[in-house]
Design a binder for this molecule. Structure first.
Ligand code: FAD
Length: 415
């Protein structure tokens, strides 16, 4: 079977990898000259296997007014006259209920633990270089109540296999001495030893290298897919500037652009773009050097050591489509970083913005699309695409090939 995969971000590459391993003939198509040029380019670098809780959570409702009104809020919302925005927001609010959140966390942990195991298997066979550091993640809290409220979730997640420890301030500082300058502000933290950080773009380039060595894989970069060609509820080809490309099955892994690709077929993908930013900061001899992945829980800023750099990511801007840098948000981010790490020189930071392709309940959509026999979706990994890519790719490939899936596919099936 010949499968055409549209999109060479981390999700499309992972899909292509597992499809090729299933013995499929695979053509991977992307409009850029290189892979991972969009949301997979400079994300936060977190392989956050135990932090898969959806953004839609009952506690969010109480926080919304202050998040929406304050200029230093991690979340910014621009209302638009766009029915898709309001539909998504309503679904988001509906998803903010305790029992649904618990069920979602259980399902997402299944996918994230699968992804973690698959990364181990992949690296045992192919030792890719992508700055992987398995030093664990420390989420620090300034607010003692917020830390206390996180406790029951730690207990519950432990039952589901997530190993986490609640630490006091001193224990946090012993684990991460770089937090010394904010020591007096910290209440404590949660340490998750199994978490890792890495560079998503380099990982994508590594996967591309492996795919290029496979005789059943063809890579078509600089190929913009303009439309899907449909006949009798089957997709028969994709239309590109270079002509039509035929296939037996088609996988859409085009991030946020999947929405416009599918719209002409009558498929309204429930995805919404949540813009965020990253800073890639070169570390000089006098800069602090965190050894762990650190998350500032209150401000929702993540810090990932990456060799001689520190990757910092944050912010959720709703109501903006483009991956465009907003200078005011970068000023705010730099100010928040400087308050936490005053001895970090941010003057040479590389600034990046990306749009997370997000569903309202934070679960990706993986499986066959509605009424189409041969159209498959692997989209909506949102804030966790790097973490979930391998599991998502394998789940998609096993279903497409008719092989038994490693985890139950139905929680992620397209509606
Ligand atoms: C600020 C920020 C921080 C983040 N931090 C983390 C993190 O720490 N950990 C984590 O797990 N995740 C993180 N994420 C999320 C993660 O980056 C995304 O979920 C992931 O990159 C999505 O991958 P993707 O392959 O679906 O999409 P993309 O990477 O956007 O790939 C889609 C591809 O499709 C191609 N394409 C689109 N349309 C067409 C077309 N018509 N024809 C041909 N090609 C097309 C594009 O060129 C692109 O290469 C973060 C995201 C942001 C924005």
């Amino acid at each position: 079977m010949h499968v055409v995969v549209i999109g060479a971000g981390v999700v499309g590459l992972s899909s292509a990898w597992y499809l090729a391993r299933q013995g499929m003939q695979v053509t991977l198509v992307d409009r850029h000259a290189e892979v991972a040029r969009e949301t997979s380019f400079a994300n936060g670098g977190q392989l956050s296997y135990s932090y898969v809780a959806p953004l839609a959570d009952p506690s969010v409702i109480g926080k919304l007014p202050q998040w929406l009104l304050r200029s230093d809020s991690p979340l910014r919302f621009r209302p638009r006259l766009d029915p898709a925005q309001w539909r998504w927001c309503l679904s988001f609010l509906r998803a903010c209920n305790g029992s649904q959140v618990k069920r979602t966390i259980g399902e997402m942990l299944g996918l994230s633990f699968l992804s973690r195991d698959l990364l181990d298997d992949l690296l045992a066979e192919h030792p890719l270089e992508f700055g992987l550091q398995r030093t664990g993640k420390l989420v620090v809290y300034r607010d003692a109540d917020a830390l206390a409220n996180a406790g029951p979730m730690v207990e519950w997640q432990r039952e589901l296999g997530a190993e986490q420890q609640v630490l006091d301030r001193q224990a946090c500082l012993e684990l991460e001495p770089a937090l010394q300058d904010v020591a007096s502000q910290l209440s404590g933290g949660i340490y998750t030893p199994g978490e890792a950080t890495a560079d998503c773009r380099q990982f994508c380039e590594g996967l591309l290298g492996l795919l290029r060595q496979m005789p059943n894989v063809s890579i078509r970069l600089e190929t913009d897919v303009q439309a899907l060609v449909e006949r009798n509820r089957r997709v028969v080809a994709v239309k590109t500037a270079q002509g039509e490309l035929e296939g037996d099955a088609f996988v859409i892994a085009a991030g946020m652009h999947s929405v416009s690709l599918l719209k002409p077929l009558g498929i309204a993908l429930p995805l919404y773009g949540l813009r965020g930013y990253s800073l890639h900061v070169p570390l000089g001899p006098n800069d602090i050097k965190p050894v762990l992945s650190v998350t500032d829980a209150g401000r929702k800023v993540v810090y990932a050591p990456m060799g001689q750099h520190l990757r910092i990511a944050a912010m959720v801007d709703m109501g903006v489509d483009r991956a465009e840098v907003d200078p005011a948000r970068i000023r705010l981010l730099k100010q928040q970083v400087a308050e936490t790490f005053p001895n970090l020189d941010l003057s040479a930071a590389q600034i990046w913005a990306g749009v997370r392709p997000s569903t309202a309940n934070s679960k990706p959509i993986i499986g066959r699309a509605g009424h189409f026999d041969n159209l498959w979706l692997n989209v909506g990994q949102g804030a966790l695409g790097f973490t979930l890519a391998l599991g998502s790719g394998q789940l998609l490939a096993s279903q497409l090939a008719g092989a038994p899936p490693s985890i139950a596919p139905w929680p992620f099936a397209p509606a």
